[in-house]
Design a protein around this ligand. Sequence first.
Ligand code: HEM
Length: 510
Amino acid sequence: MALNASSPASTQDVLRLPISILPFLSQESTTWLYTTAALLSSMLILEQAVYRYKKRDLPGDTWTIPLIGKFVDSMHPSLENYMKQWNSGALSALSVFNIFIVMASTTEYSRKILNSPTYAEPCLVYSAKTILNPKNWVFLNGREHVEYRRVLNMLFTRKALGLYVDIQDRITRKHFASWVDKSDKPQAKPIMMIARFLNMDTSLRVFCGNHIPDHATQEISDKYWSITRALELVNFPFPLPGTKVYKAKQASKIAMDWLALAAKNSKIAMSNGAEPECLIDEWMRICMDPNYKGRKDFSDHEIALVVFSFLFASQDAMSSGLIYGFQHLADHPEVLAKVRSEQERVREGNFDASFTLEMLDSMPYLNAVVKESLRVRPPVTMVPYKVTKAFPIKDGYTVPTGSMVIPSFYPSLHDPEVYPEPDKFDPDRWLDANSSANANPKNYLVWGSGPHRCLGIEYASMNMALVLGIAAMMFDWEHELTSLSNDIEIIATLFPKDGCRMKLTPRTHS
Ligand code: HEM
């Protein structure tokens, strides 16, 4: 239809309309209003144009929701939504709060991102720098990162792990004594929060020994929950009072004070000739060794930042791993029975003896259970990286500088070509040296890859094996299945939506 002067749809009338409905505005104000409206519309159009220019022919929404993009989806992340994104292409585009994101869903592209430090560096989640302190070593890159990491690697050698295993055993048994329901009518209870506290207590004692009091481990653990809640992939960007990031920042101050105290006390103990009893002690011992040529001048604050980064990296992922370990074993009694018979064989009936590294080496089945549980429900499904230099990720497409690029792990760990029946929990696939799982180690991205690959692999795997091994001996456990047991909640890492309800009763050995 042709537009004419009297048509209500005519451009002139539409433009005139606000004047008639806003008679109280002066001519000057309306000019200002129109200018603002014009500017805003231009910005919105520009936003779409920039998004489409960056996206080019990658799969993904053709338009982005103005300003917020997929922010609402990222507030309520779900595996289903991630699957849709992964299934849309090997590389696909989206935008959140004007951050342009390229998501990789294949092993090849994910590994390429993780192993291209020239183009991309981990940004963890966007809130991480605010919470962890921008000066934290985890934000170093290139040579500086490699050198710093070389020192920290010494804290996870077999010798150091041998020191930690005893602490892990002691703390686990102490917690388990309070987990067990000795009443006449035992009830199922969610184990999510108690497993979290177990992990936190264990890690704090492994890292800080007795250099902090008991109530500090409880306080740090409680406060850490607000840190975990602020670890969403994309969060409200400003730490304003009341936001999750603000609460996490407050919590981190309290934790940092305790960790700095542990560093100070450890330095005193080690210079007085005490034997190392924890990770910080071991670090100080190495620094005091006359044959050690590396850096020695770590301040209490710097040590605290490192331990804080370990807690940040560990407790959430390890809790997720452990809870699914319990759930998988309860749901597969035939696997749990094999774990028990291996425990009985290796322990020769001595169920109270503390775990040792040698014992763990003789438990291939338990190690396969841990590996498989982490594959089926990988705690970390993806790690966001930031593009620091235009990244030619494939022929004909370069990810622009400043974008986020996300290697995904879940699709590689559920690749049916490598893991037949990928959703099936089947530890045996790791026991056959010729299985496709063992023949394709590149798919096993549970710990990432490249220069930022997880530093705590041995410690975390050992802890999961130890906890599940002791639980298999001490408890009979029954999983109370609910309609939410198989639904996944993503709180940075994965958890069963019902908190994993278990009935734990004492087990008698025949
Ligand atoms: C089941 C438990 C755990 C899982 C699944 C896990 C997984 C991961 C993943 C996927 C990354 C990123 C790797 C990359 O960007 O390529 C990572 C990094 C890291 N993890 Fe773990 N992790 C776990 C436990 C731990 C523990 C217990 C520690 C304690 C020391 C730890 C310390 C770290 C550190 C320090 C980094 C950063 C390394 C760097 O930037 O150089 N993690 N972890």
